[in-house]
Design a binder for this molecule. Structure first.
Ligand SMILES: NC(=O)c1ccc[n+]([C@@H]2O[C@H](COP(=O)([O-])OP(=O)(O)OC[C@H]3O[C@@H](n4cnc5c(N)ncnc54)[C@H](O)[C@@H]3O)[C@@H](O)[C@H]2O)c1
Length: 440
C-alpha cells in the first residue's frame, strides 16, 4: 500500500476507456431539480465531516480526471457524498442500489449538477435496474463505489472488457462485502476493494446507532404501532440487530433475539435479551425484524405458526430474509397498501400477517434511511477509502479492511465536529505501553 493519507495525495489522470459513450441521465422528472435542492442542503448541514473533506478535496483534487461509477441509494445524503467527490475532481456516474429508496427529486437535483449523471427512477423493475447499472458502467470507470455488490458483480460477469481500467472500489455494506470475499476466494475478483463496512467507526455509528434508530422509525411510520409491551423478535445480533434490539427495548418492548453464532448469542443473553431459536420465537412474536444477511430466516415453517396480526419487517440488505414468495403462495388474499408500505396477507386459516416494505430494507423504504449525521461518518470513510485507492496504485487485488488511519481520522473529525476533545498519551505513558520490561 503506497500511502494512507489520501487528503495529501495528487493523482495522475484516468485510465479506463469507455466501451460505449456514457449515457445521459435517466431520471423520473428533470423538473424536480429545484425541489430536491433544499433536501440536499438540509442533509449537508448535518454532515460536517464531509464538509471538511469537500474543502480538502477541492484544494488537493485527489480524483482529478477520474471517473467514478457508483451504485448507491439515491438519497440526499448520497448527494452530499457525490458533491464531495466532484469537488475533488471526479466525474460521477450514479445508479440506484435499490429502486424503492430512490428519491426522484434528489436524483433530478444531482443530475443538474456539473460532473454528475444519474440513472435512477423510483420503483423501476429489475430489468431497468440492471440497465441503469450498465449505463453507468458505460463510462469506463477508474473507480467504483458499490452498495450490495451488484455493480461490481455486473462489471465482472457482463463487462469484463472494462476491468483493466479499474483501479479499485469501495463497498458500503456487509452483505456486499461478503459477496466480494466469496468472489476473492473463488479467484474471480479483478481489482482491489475496500470493505468500508468493516470499519470499527462505521459499524458503531452506522449499524448500531443509525440502523438501530431508523429501522424503528420505518416500522413506526408504516404501522403507527405501539412498541411498548410488544414482543419483538430480532433475528441476527450483529451490529444492526443489536442496535435494533436495544432501541426496541428502549421503547418498552420485550425483545427476543435469534442467532446462529454462539458468541453473538451469548452477547445478547448477557445484555439481558431472551435468546431463542426462531422455531420457538415464531409463535410468540408480534413484530419480527430480520437483520441477518441470510435467506428465509422467516420461512415456510415460521409463517405457518405466526400469530394473527404479526408484523414482518426486514432490516437486512437484500429482500430475501422474509420468504415473500412463500407468503404469496400461502395467502388466500393480499390487501396491498393497508397503509403506505404495509401489505396485509390473509392466510387460508384466516390469520392476517402484515408485511412491511415488501420485505425490503424497511428503514430505507418506509423511512429515510440513516440520519445524515450517521451517513456523514460512513460516507467520509468511503470517500477517504476511494481517495486512498486512487492514490495507492499498488493495492493488491483483494478485499481490504479500511486502513486504521482512515478509521481514526474519521472518528477524530467526527469528535471535532461534535465539539468533543479527548486526551493523548503522555510520553511516559507511551514508553510504558511500548515496554515489556516495566510491570507493577
Ligand atoms: N438497513 C440498513 O440500513 C442496513 C445498514 C447496514 C447493514 N445492513 C444489512 O443488515 C444485515 C446485517 O448487518 P450486520 O452488520 O449486523 O451483519 P453481521 O453479519 O455482522 O450480523 C448478522 C448476524 O446475523 C446472524 N445470522 C445469520 N444467519 C442467521 C439466521 N438464519 N438466524 C439468526 N441469525 C443469523 C449472524 O450470525 C450474525 O451475527 C446485512 O444484510 C447488512 O448488509 C442494513
Amino acid at each position: 500500500m503506497a500511502r494512507t493519507s489520501p487528503i495529501t495525495t495528487a493523482t495522475d489522470g484516468g485510465a479506463g476507456g469507455p466501451a460505449r459513450p456514457p449515457a445521459a441521465s435517466d431520471i423520473a422528472d428533470p423538473g424536480l431539480a429545484l425541489a430536491g435542492q433544499p433536501g440536499i442542503a438540509w442533509a449537508g448541514r448535518s454532515m460536517p465531516v464531509l464538509g471538511m473533506l469537500k474543502s480538502a478535496f477541492a484544494e488537493q483534487q485527489p480524483f482529478a480526471g477520474l471517473k467514478v461509477a457508483a451504485c448507491l441509494h439515491v438519497t440526499a445524503e448520497t448527494a452530499v457524498l457525490v458533491q464531495t467527490l466532484t469537488a475533488g475532481g471526479a466525474q460521477v456516474y450514479l445508479a440506484a442500489s435499490n429502486p424503492l429508496s430512490t428519491q426522484d427529486d434528489i436524483a433530478a437535483a444531482l443530475a443538474a449538477e456539473p460532473g454528475v449523471t444519474v440513472q435512477a427512477r423510483s420503483g423501476v423493475d429489475r430489468a431497468r435496474y440492471y440497465e441503469h447499472i450498465h449505463r453507468v458502467l458505460d463510462c469506463g470507470p477508474d473507480l467504483v463505489m458499490d452498495d450490495g455488490c451488484d455493480l461490481v458483480n455486473t462489471l465482472h460477469e457482463e463487462r469484463p472488457e472494462l476491468l483493466r481500467g479499474v483501479r479499485g472500489g469501495c463497498e458500503a455494506t456487509s452483505s456486499g462485502a461478503a459477496r466480494l470475499r466469496r468472489m476473492a476466494a473463488a479467484g474471480s475478483l479483478r481489482f482491489p476493494v475496500v470493505a468500508a463496512d468493516a470499519s470499527a467507526t462505521r459499524r458503531m455509528i452506522d449499524h448500531e446507532y443509525g440502523t438501530g434508530q431508523s429501522v424503528l422509525d420505518g416500522i413506526l411510520r408504516a404501522t403507527n404501532t405501539l412498541i411498548a409491551g410488544k414482543t419483538v423478535v430480532v433475528a441476527g445480533f450483529g451490529p444492526c440487530g443489536s442496535g435494533v434490539a436495544e432501541r426496541a427495548r428502549g421503547l418498552g418492548a420485550q425483545v427476543i433475539v435469534t442467532e446462529v453464532d454462539p458468541v453473538r448469542a451469548l452477547g445478547a443473553f448477557m445484555q439481558g435479551f431472551r435468546v431463542l431459536p426462531m422455531a420457538a420465537a415464531a409463535p410468540l412474536g408480534e413484530l419480527f425484524i430480520t437483520a441477518t444477511g441470510s435467506v428465509a430466516v422467516v420461512g415456510r415453517a415460521e409463517l405457518a405458526v405466526l400469530r394473527d396480526g404479526a408484523i414482518l419487517a426486514n432490516a437486512g440488505h437484500f429482500d430475501v430474509e422474509i420468504d415473500v414468495p412463500v407468503l404469496d403462495e400461502l395467502a388466500r388474499q393480499v390487501n396491498p397498501g393497508v397503509r403506505p408500505h404495509a401489505d396485509e396477507y390473509v392466510l387460508a386459516d384466516g390469520r392476517r400477517l402484515i408485511l412491511l416494505a415488501e420485505g425490503r430494507v424497511v428503514n430505507l423504504v418506509a423511512a429515510e434511511g440513516n440520519p445524515p449525521a450517521v451517513m456523514d461518518t460512513s460516507f467520509a470513510i468511503q470517500a477517504l477509502a476511494l481517495a486512498w485507492l486512487a492514490a495507492a496504485g499498488s493495492a493488491a487485488t483483494a478485499v481490504h479492511e479500511v486502513p486504521a488511519e482512515i478509521d481514526a481520522q474519521v472518528a477524530s473529525m467526527t469528535l471535532a465536529s461534535l465539539g468533543t476533545r479527548i486526551d493523548t498519551l503522555t510520553a511516559a505513558q507511551q514508553r510504558y505501553l511500548e515496554s515489556w520490561r516495566q510491570g507493577s
